[in-house]
Design a protein around this ligand. Sequence first.
Ligand SMILES: Nc1ncnc2c1ncn2[C@@H]1O[C@H](COP(=O)(O)OP(=O)(O)OP(=O)(O)O)[C@@H](O)[C@H]1O
Ligand SMILES: [Mg+2]
Length: 263
Amino acid sequence: MIMDRHEEIEMIRKMAAVREKAEQQSENEGEPYVLFDHVRKVYHVGEVDIEALADASFSVSKGELAVVVGESGAGKTTLLNILGGMDTLTSGRAVLDGREISGMSARELTKYRRYDIGFVFQFYNLVQNLTALENVSLATQICKDPLDPEQTLRAVGLGDRLYNFPGQLSGGEQQRVAIARALAKNPKLLLCDEPTGALDYVTGKQILQLLQDQARNMGTTVIIITHNKAITPMADRVISVRSGRVQSVEINRHPVPVSKIEW
Ligand SMILES: Nc1ncnc2c1ncn2[C@@H]1O[C@H](COP(=O)(O)OP(=O)(O)OP(=O)(O)O)[C@@H](O)[C@H]1O
Ligand SMILES: [Mg+2]
């Protein structure tokens, strides 16, 4: 085939465009499911600047259970709140499933929190005058593709507590309701800030087992914050935070079942 000069240039241009597109695509596919990229967060309180995150970078793959450890004030909650769309960052990038959270408008953030994120807090934060089932149902009413509230409560072991109010449940049971509420939203990411902080040893262990099973069996991507270094063997990935920086990221090739961990 004989091409004239013009055709040749056109051909080269097209090939370059195809290659560029392929590279772009593989780059997108190659980006981690959860990405924190040189995130800095400064709070301005009166005249004082508080640097909660100085330079935090890490990633988490889809379906992984990650544990974030660090001492009080290290920046763990700040990190989780940014990932959950509840706080904004000062500089850097936060990404979930190819979407940059740090670039979202207030309106987009509302949707993001509603559809993409399940949050579990230390003190459960249940509505006191609604039953367990109503607490979970309420959350699913604002979702796109929720799971069945009753089935989700059964899955966390509360099939016989559906019609109890939070005040009639133990701490561990209330936290199970809170986890069911987060899971029933069918979120892309389950974020847990000290989920066992208010629980005794045995109950705390059961809750961690539930979260580990959720990641293992259901493929949910879970991030748990804790003070307790002893539980890190349960995770696929351990992110250590210190003074607003990610100090280390360790991968556990063989995570240990929570039942085998003592502390
Ligand atoms: N809204 C805020 N305004 C001002 N400073 C804040 C705010 N939130 C957090 N900080 C400060 O940022 C730093 C990190 O706080 P953060 O709550 O992220 O720590 P943490 O690791 O979760 O601690 P803990 O284990 O005690 O919960 C702390 O010095 C804290 O006082
Ligand atoms: Mg905290």
